[in-house]
Design a protein around this ligand. Structure first.
Ligand code: ATP
Length: 240
């Protein structure tokens, strides 16, 4: 029988990408196992967002291989969503002039399985009861924390195998950040793999199974969240 704990869902080999002459990510390789929470940490400009954009199809890589769920990752955003990767983008990017429910429907616009969509709607309302209370309100009227909940819920409405989040704690009060981190833990426990880009290293390391640290486009450290948290010198050197 296959050992699920050794089941790699995402494998990135020698990936590079940039903007004109700038090499934002430079020959990076890493993996994520099915069901894991993996954090990608690093200071401003380390290349974390560019990496997620390469994985979501929003930015084209210049070199390297990406394998997801045992097959090469397709190039286009909609094919990538269909293969099972959803992104919760930096800055939430919810639609202000759509209601909460309409925003959630955007997340599942590629699906036709109405019965499961209904179940998934219940599932995200269970995770975020606040969204159900506010389902008829415009996205633009939500607080920052509620907008982040909506962005996560919208990502989940695609029924992803892996959910990627770009800085979900940005600009939120500590109590809300804690709620978001707890919810990410329950999402992972229910079987969705999580790749989390964060600047809040302590929160991310407390949550994740393993983490990678990026510096100027390269991966410079890899360890369990626990070990990296204990390694103060290295943490300060790269994460401030
Ligand atoms: P942050 O936490 O500030 O978002 P990051 O680790 O996500 O940082 P990226 O946003 O991926 O880093 O940026 C990596 C490098 O690429 C930086 O030097 C940045 O200035 C550059 N860069 C990012 N986006 C662009 C762009 N659209 N055009 C030109 N350069 C860019």
């Amino acid at each position: 029988m296959m050992d699920r704990s050794d089941d790699v869902i995402l494998k990135v080999d020698h990936l590079s990408a940039g903007y004109g002459g700038i090499r934002a990510i430079d020959d990076i390789s890493f993996y994520v196992k099915r069901g894991e929470i993996v954090s990608m940490l690093g200071a401003n400009g380390a290349g974390k967002s560019t990496l997620l954009k390469c994985l979501s199809g929003e930015h084209k890589r210049s070199a390297g291989e990406i394998t997801f769920d045992a097959q090469p990752l397709p190039g286009h955003c909609h094919q990538i969503v269909e293969r099972g990767i959803s992104i919760v983008p930096e800055g939430r990017q919810i639609f202000y002039k759509l209601t909460v429910l309409e925003n959630l429907r955007v997340g599942c616009c590629q699906r036709k399985d109405q019965e499961n969509i209904r179940k998934d709607l219940e599932m995200v309302y269970d995770l975020f009861p606040r969204l159900e209370e506010r389902k008829s309100q415009f996205g633009g009227l939500l607080s920052g924390g509620e907008q982040q909940m909506l962005a996560i819920a919208r990502g989940l409405m695609a029924r992803p195998k892996m959910l990627m989040l770009d800085e979900p704690s940005l600009g939120l009060a500590p109590i809300i950040v804690n709620q978001i981190m707890d919810t990410l833990r329950s999402i992972a426990q229910s079987g969705t793999t999580i790749l989390l880009v964060e600047q809040n290293a302590v929160k991310a390391l407390n949550l994740c199974d393993r983490a990678y640290v990026m510096n100027v486009g390269r991966i410079v450290l890899e360890d369990s969240g626990k070990e990296l948290l204990a390694n103060e010198k290295l943490m300060h050197a790269y994460l401030g």
